[in-house]
Design a protein around this ligand. Structure first.
Ligand code: MLT
Length: 270
């Protein structure tokens, strides 16, 4: 099945669904991307799992709703409601990259009983500093005033390692296109939601499901030290550092990322 939409909590939510079987894998994209971020992972996992990749509110084909800020909790509730609509009654293997990781942690805090395993990719548990909050508000205003090109120009050098741009220009283009396809209102609301997000550090010690942490060794936005902190705090977690990848490690090094994901999921019984 390709991408389609469902009415969920007053929003049209777009999602892609592939594969089948008793175990559902749900992957949440980062900011300001959409479900196509996960194309390679959805393809790789769909022969063993039912893989669901939604567009988070204000991104891709999903509506924004009323608010000027999209909280991580609201996004998590959208995902939980979508799973209800799709009759996913079993516990899910839930993963997210960057902002998708913030939403993944918010989901776990909200409904831990719905989670069988976690994947935290290029993300972090802590909330923003005052300086980061101010910078986000600046970016939100600039996006609304000038459009997404300015956001793309500012973000791209930090998202990917230079060699990705030089050696795999199609990956650079794909990331650029995802950013440009995001509506400025959706991006601004997500920026404000991220700025207001709670610190999830205290949650880490309560996580009692198998957890995979993945990070690019060159991730400039959520560097490996954040992943090491999560690894130390989450009992029994596995940490995989993907050498040479930046922040969008699943796109920059899909083979290594998929290997880590598939190895991890193989070890989890239903
Ligand atoms: C993302 O990739 O989702 C964002 O860079 C996360 C952030 O800005 O904190």
């Amino acid at each position: 099945m390709g991408a389609t939409t469902r009415a969920v909590r007053g929003l049209e939510v777009m999602y892609d669904e592939r594969g089948g079987g008793p175990s559902a894998v749900v992957l949440l994209h980062g900011f300001p991307f959409n479900h196509t971020l996960w194309r390679e992972q959805a393809e790789a996992l769909s022969d063993r799992h039912r893989v669901i990749t939604p567009d988070l509110r204000g991104h891709g084909g999903t509506g924004l709703g009323e608010g000027v800020a999209s909280s991580m909790e609201e996004m998590a509730e959208d995902v939980a409601a979508l799973l209800g609509e799709l009759h996913v009654s079993e516990r899910v293997r839930l993963g997210g990259l960057s902002m998708g990781g913030y939403v993944t942690l918010a989901f776990y805090r909200l409904v831990p009983q719905r989670v069988r395993a976690l994947v935290l990719a290029d993300t972090r548990p802590q909330s923003d500093t005052e300086e980061a909050r101010r910078a986000r508000e600046e970016t939100a205003r600039r996006a609304l005033r000038e459009g997404m090109q300015t956001v793309a120009d500012a973000m791209l050098p930090k998202l990917l390692v230079p060699s990705t741009r030089e050696e795999r220009p199609e990956v650079f283009e794909r990331v650029r296109e995802m950013i440009l396809a995001t509506r400025p209102e959706g991006a601004a609301a997500a920026l404000r939601g991220m700025a207001a997000r709670r610190d999830q550090t205290d949650l880490l010690r309560e996580i009692d499901v198998p957890t995979l942490i993945v990070v690019g060794s060159e991730d400039a936005l959520t560097p490996p030290k954040d992943s090491e902190t999560m690894h130390r705090a989450i009992r029994g977690s596995r940490l995989v550092v993907i050498e040479g990848a930046g922040h969008v490690s699943n796109l920059e090094r899909p083979a290594e990322f998929n290997r880590a994901l598939e190895d991890f999921l193989k070890g989890i019984e239903s």
